[in-house]
Design a protein around this ligand. Sequence first.
Ligand SMILES: *Cc1c(COP(=O)(O)O)cnc(C)c1O
Length: 407
Amino acid sequence: MNQETLLNLAHKYDTPLYVYDGNKIIQKYNTFKNAFDVKHLKIHFAAKALTNLSILKLFKELGAGLDCVSIQEIRLGLEAGFKPEDIIYTPNGVSIEEYVKAINIGTKITIDNISILEKLGQRFSDSPIPIFIRVNPHLMAGGNSKISVGHIGSKFGISIHQIPIVTRLIKNYNMNVEGIHIHTGSDIIDSDIFERVAQLIFSIADEFENIKSIDFGSGFKVKYKENDLSTDIEKVGKRFSQTFNEYCQKRGKDLVLRFEPGKYMVSEAGSFLANVNIVKQTTACTFASVDSGFNHLIRPMLYNAYHEIENISNPNGEKKMYSVVGYICETDTFAEDRILNEIREGDILQFKNAGAYCFSMASNYNSRLRPAEVLVLNGQDYLIRKREEFESLLRNQEVPEIENWIS
Ligand SMILES: *Cc1c(COP(=O)(O)O)cnc(C)c1O
């Protein structure tokens, strides 16, 4: 989306503002889909990356499924029109009750610990439910330790070394393993790693007679700046399809190949727009303070993530060095020592790659209100979430009737 369009939207809807390019999402989805050449492919959008109903609806229209990690995400998916069987529930550490709710709704469920496996086996011993087993392959992969979830110290999945326990429980409780699931964490660039993961998973799938699908989760890296490496989806898709088709042949059936990309689908489609309140020259640097903070976009503070920034209201200004900071009253830095077109108070900054894990991680810290969200599709803009109002902060709070508060 060009800067002029974004600037107009900032003026029309005010800042801070999230803008999503729907056509970019469609393009990413189609590129991903076309990279694979298998008989049955199902792409489940990982809802937690961007859970706005209109975005979910767009994925539904594209024919995607959904990957949900909480019962609330499942309910949002249903609201957006997904059929329960197109939703995969892949939580971690949730109660048996939440699993039962998801089962009753009719979603596919992924089990990532032996405790729940046994409990569900007992609970549904009369009518065995189909389950996916989430396996931890103990491969160290991924961009940083917080998003790398397949290694040995990770809390996710059932260890590949515990598969013998799984097969004994399955047999004993007459359960039906319909799929094997793996999610190695974000930011895997290497098609060799994908290949290794695939071979490991196939060897596990061999243990289960009734297997219908294999879910390879996600782990697709996107570019955050010019020279970043990113997953070459065409290359991964080509290699992967071949490996997968060979395995289907070996098993004598056409399995469903599933993926759960979040970041890949929506990261680049999103822009976050903020207004510069103050430009402050200190002895150390020049700060540009915007009308937002890590309450709206936490990735730089949480993961040290890099978001490219552009001054879209002064695109030809002289280049200078800035630290871009937020208004939260503690360290709140979006970017340090960035060379940007001259920033004046009142300029609008665009933060790129703001589609995934940005709005969905926003909070009300410092009693600030969450921004509005706008979808641009086929040249039209739509407000898909109103800016919060002060009343949002009061909702659900109760002040008890106490006669004498301080006696
Ligand atoms: C978070 C998550 C994803 C999506 O990961 P991305 O890096 O955003 O693609 C997929 N599957 C599961 C189970 C997840 O928890």
